[in-house]
Design a binder for this molecule. Structure first.
Ligand SMILES: Nc1ncnc2c1ncn2[C@@H]1O[C@H](COP(=O)(O)OP(=O)(O)OP(=O)(O)O)[C@@H](O)[C@H]1O
Ligand SMILES: [Mg+2]
Length: 794
């Protein structure tokens, strides 16, 4: 636990928080109650839904989530006043599915009380009454009154109050026990009178009273105490006193010398008592040497066993590839994550590359991500530079791609030669075409490395380049396709139990399978939705089958979003347009909301498990691509274009000219269409094309340039001249990919256009482009255009 050591939380008596000894203003009652709940549960996440339940009971207001959020933000302000606006909260933190107070045990008076009392109890049982007495004095000094007194009627406070009251009773009795052991029977006898009145059913007090009065020479009072206890127990509970008290009575009657005070006999008066929490030191837990790593997933036993076997083979030098195929949300990424856990536990290096939207990421994105995750080494660095286009090269465009492939193959080979490797490329269906081409080139090398390559692919998103790359990949030894299918009912049941912390009721599993087909993501989101809409009820088949439950994963997700505060919803819409990763700087710029309020606005989404903190840096991401995708398509077309335009303008403002941004800028300006700035769309798309050319990613270059062409409208100044230039660039990109006929078409169009607008310079530019050296001879391309001959003859 971490936290601010100067903060002190007091629940013994009225609820109070102090910083540096000064009381902190905790605000209105519900806000205080919220904090008190988190203190009671310190170190544990309290789900937002539960907070709402506890705070408002039967009738939460419509804006309950927003109120919780406001209380949390106000509390953060008083708990961590010095925190910079952008720094994440450290004391009251957000963690799916709610909030958690991260403080040390010694910051809470009740926890300090319990620790001191427990230690004293053990001291007493261990024959150390002096130490016990001192500890109990410290402990009881912390007790300022009934715990959480102001929340006495609240159901959430009851268990804690009961637990603390029990601990207090025990401590008070232990203090008497220590006093008796130290010879203080007179004081003890006086105090015990009040104590038995206060808790007449606690036999231990009666026993202490018997011993104390006996030692004071009041044998008759001792016997009367026994009789009083007997009467109380009989009338209240219909019970006889327990064996210890009965033995004590017999000992008093017999004037047994064991009752007399002897310093050394102190422990005899105090039978070891198995009070809760009185556990002595525990033997250190022994762990089996080969403990399997803790896995977070449900089911998938056979798949994991298979992957474990494949990792073993890879480590032995028989590598290859497995393509995990399934519908969106089927659990492909989760399975790959589990493979990473297995690999790491087995000493296999694991690296992960994720394909984001190809339209907004630079060429070779997944491969360069993967290389960034690999341990450093000369070939790894060289490959990174090459993929980034940072290697000056006078090589033929078409050769550059091959060089990129060689560099990546060398890097992977180098890493796998040092230690076995698990390389994951997630969401291959979203890869850019150049990345797929690179995979196609690599396909034959993979089984020669001590490496297992995992690719996850949605079977709903096909494309020719993807099919080609996978076809080539699967042709080679050691490559296989693994279907990631729906959950069996038993898995659904286990998932429900995981999510609701109780076994599913009758019919729930069947109802869920009917709705979701056993898709793990769909099932998870549906259960979360229903649980938050029926907060106080268990999950029932009726609720799952209810007519108003949205059908389709997208609608379920949108309904989950619609339950969040309005500010949060609009923030998520903007974020969905910016992409899967939420970039706080960018969002700040686009929305005009400052960092602090931005974080605040995101809180409910984080608590709802729709957004998570990114693995690195100060950032957030949508927890699942489907969440971002659903939000994105839910924004109307016009609004979406408008948002893209705002995002584009904001990007220009905040990051002048890094290479990645050119692609992003192109993407946003292109998506903004006429609402944005078409001239800029064209400019950035061409720059993105030029960058892809430097990377040797001619496929991506061609795509950017085709988009640039499509974006040239009459609104763009010099539209025709620009179209001529872009067509030449497109012809060059296509030619370096060997698409001679398509290249020709672009050159042809450029000449015709230049001719029509009478632009001789541009006609010459085409001539120069045509004369450029090319690997594929001009035979296919045919004779020189007569218009060029005429031009050159002038
Ligand atoms: N084996 C599992 N155990 C528990 N939960 C799972 C499991 N598989 C999937 N889930 C749940 O479903 C969600 C979606 O799974 P995952 O992201 O792996 O799907 P996917 O197949 O990669 O989807 P996509 O094609 O959209 O990337 C997970 O975030 C998790 O909540
Ligand atoms: Mg996935």
């Amino acid at each position: 636990m971490s936290g601010d050591g100067r903060l002190r939380f007091a629940v013994l008596g009225s609820f109070r928080v102090e910083r540096d000894g000064q009381p902190v203003d905790l605000g209105p009652r519900l806000q205080r109650a919220l904090l008190a709940i988190l203190v009671v549960e310190a170190g544990h996440v309290v789900p937002v839904d539960r907070l709402i339940d506890l705070l408002w009971r039967e009738e939460p207001p419509a804006a309950a989530i927003a109120s919780v959020q406001a209380y949390v933000s106000q509390l953060r302000r008083v708990l961590e006043p010095g925190r910079p606006a952008r720094a994440p909260a450290r004391v009251l933190t957000t963690q799916e599915p709610g909030y958690v107070l991260r403080i040390a045990d010694d910051q809470v008076d009740a926890l300090r009380f319990q620790a001191l009392a427990r230690r004293a109890h053990n001291d007493l049982a261990g024959g150390q009454p002096m130490a016990a007495a001192a500890g109990l004095e410290d402990a009881l000094a912390l007790w300022r009154g009934d715990p959480l007194a102001e929340f006495a009627g609240e159901p959430w406070a009851l268990p804690t109050m009961a637990r603390l009251a029990e601990a207090h009773d025990l401590a008070a009795e232990d203090r008497i026990g220590a006093g008796l052991a130290l010879g203080g029977h007179a004081e003890a006898a006086a105090e015990l009178e009040a104590m038995v009145q206060a808790r007449p059913l606690r036999e231990r007090r009666w026993g202490q009273l018997i011993v104390a009065t006996y030692r004071c020479g009041r044998q008759a009072d001792a016997l009367r105490a026994y009789q009083r206890c007997r009467t109380v127990l009989a009338s209240e509970l219909g019970l006889e006193p327990g064996p210890e008290l009965r033995q004590l009575e017999a000992a008093v009657l017999a004037q047994d010398p064991s009752l007399d005070w002897h310093p050394a006999a102190a422990a005899a008066v105090e039978p070891p008592d198995a009070a809760p929490g009185a556990a002595g030191p525990q033997p250190a837990e022994s762990r089996p040497a080969e403990e399997p790593p803790a896995l977070f997933l449900v089911g998938r036993g056979p798949e994991l066993a298979h992957l474990r076997g494949r990792l073993g083979h890879a480590a032995a030098g028989h590598g290859g590839a497995a393509v995990l195929v399934g519908e969106p949300g089927a659990g492909k990424t989760t399975l790959a994550e589990a493979a990473v856990v297995l690999a790491t536990a087995a000493g296999v290096t694991a690296a992960w590359g994720r394909c984001l939207d190809a339209a907004s990421t630079p060429a070779y994105w997944p491969w360069s991500q993967l290389l960034r995750a690999l341990p450093d080494g000369p070939s790894v660095q060289a490959a990174r530079q090459r993929l980034d286009g940072d290697v000056a090269s006078d090589a033929e465009d078409s050769v550059r791609q091959f060089r990129a492939y060689q560099a990546v193959a060398a890097a992977l080979g180098e890493v796998a030669a040092r230690a076995p490797l698990l390389a994951v490329v997630d969401d291959l269906h979203a890869a850019d075409d150049a990345s797929l081409a690179l995979l196609q080139l690599l396909a034959g090398d993979l089984h020669r490395m001590a490496a297992l390559f995992l690719f996850t692919v949605r079977d709903t998103e096909r494309s020719d380049p993807l099919d080609q790359a996978l076809g080539e990949l699967l042709r080679h030894p050691g490559a296989e396709r693994l279907a990631v299918g729906a959950f069996e009912p038993a898995d659904v049941a286990a998932l429900v139990e995981r999510l609701t912390a109780e076994p599913p009721r009758t019919g729930v599993v069947a109802a869920l399978v009917d709705r979701t087909g056993g898709n793990p993501f769909y099932t998870t989101e549906l259960v979360r939705l229903i649980s938050s809409e029926h907060r106080r009820q268990p999950l029932t088949a009726g609720n799952v089958r209810a007519r108003d439950v949205p059908s389709g994963i997208r609608d379920v997700l949108l309904r989950r979003v619609s339950r969040l505060p309005d500010d949060t919803q609009s923030l998520l819409m903007v974020a969905a347009v910016t992409g899967r990763e939420l970039q706080p700087d960018l969002l700040e710029h686009v929305t005009g909301v400052d960092a602090e309020h931005l974080l605040l606005g995101l809180e409910p989404a984080i608590a709802a498990g729709l957004v998570t903190t990114a693995e690195t840096g100060w950032g957030f991401r949508f927890r699942h691509p489907l969440i971002q995708e659903s939000l994105y398509v839910s924004v109307g077309r016009v609004e979406r274009a408008r948002l893209h335009a705002r995002v584009a303008a904001a990007l220009e403002d905040i990051s002048p000219g890094s290479t990645a941004d050119v692609v992003q800028l192109a993407h946003h300006y292109l998506s903004a269409g006429p609402v944005g700035d078409p001239a800029k769309a064209v400019t950035y798309a061409r720059e993105a094309g030029a960058r892809a050319v430097r990377q040797g990613a001619w496929q991506d270059a061609a795509r950017h340039l085709e988009q640039a062409l499509a974006a040239i409208s009459p609104a763009v100044p010099d539209a025709d001249a620009i179209r001529c230039d872009v067509l030449v660039e497109l012809g060059q990109a296509r030619r370096s990919g060997g698409l001679i006929r398509e290249a020709h078409r672009a050159f042809e169009q450029s000449i015709s256009l230049a001719d029509r607008i009478g632009d001789e310079d541009r006609m010459l530019a085409v001539a120069v482009a045509l004369a450029a050296p090319q690997l594929w001879g001009p035979d296919e391309y045919g004779e020189i255009d007569p218009r060029l001959i005429t031009l050159l003859e002038r």
